[in-house]
Design a protein around this ligand. Sequence first.
Ligand SMILES: [Zn+2]
Length: 173
Amino acid sequence: MSSSRVGGSATRPILRLPAVKPPRFIADCNVGRLARWLRALGYDASYHAHIEDAALVREAAAEDRVLLTRDRDLLKRRVIQSGAVRAIHIRHDEVTAQLRQVFAELGLDIEQSLTRCIECNAELEPRQADVVAERVPPFVRRTQTRYSECPGCGRIYWAGSHWQHIREVFAGL
Ligand SMILES: [Zn+2]
């Protein structure tokens, strides 16, 4: 039986992602690895190996950066308590858990941050779920709604696969 669908079928579906200004970060001395990972994910993350708390907070305020720290005392500063400087108290030891916390607290999507194919460095193109449905495992299909495809190698990316690749690529950091 031939298809009798009317129009539209030739249109290549493009999922448009909202253009939200990405947050910028400043990392305290105790979360240096986190800063490197954020940079690897495309984020502007300031980090100084040695910096006074006051200077850290000042830079966060002056440059509108989210302050990342494991230091509870630092969070008691008035400028942070008042909300003038946004800060996140990092609760985890492990850097991927730290990243997950930051992404969760700021409502960021990991798949929006990863825009490049890890295998061939081409810029990924967003794909709608129904377009890639037959090319991803069933468990992925059930749990993921947002996908990207590499125009270079055809690899399909979703949040889970991204995290797996990140772990592999940055295991040695
Ligand atoms: Zn690729």
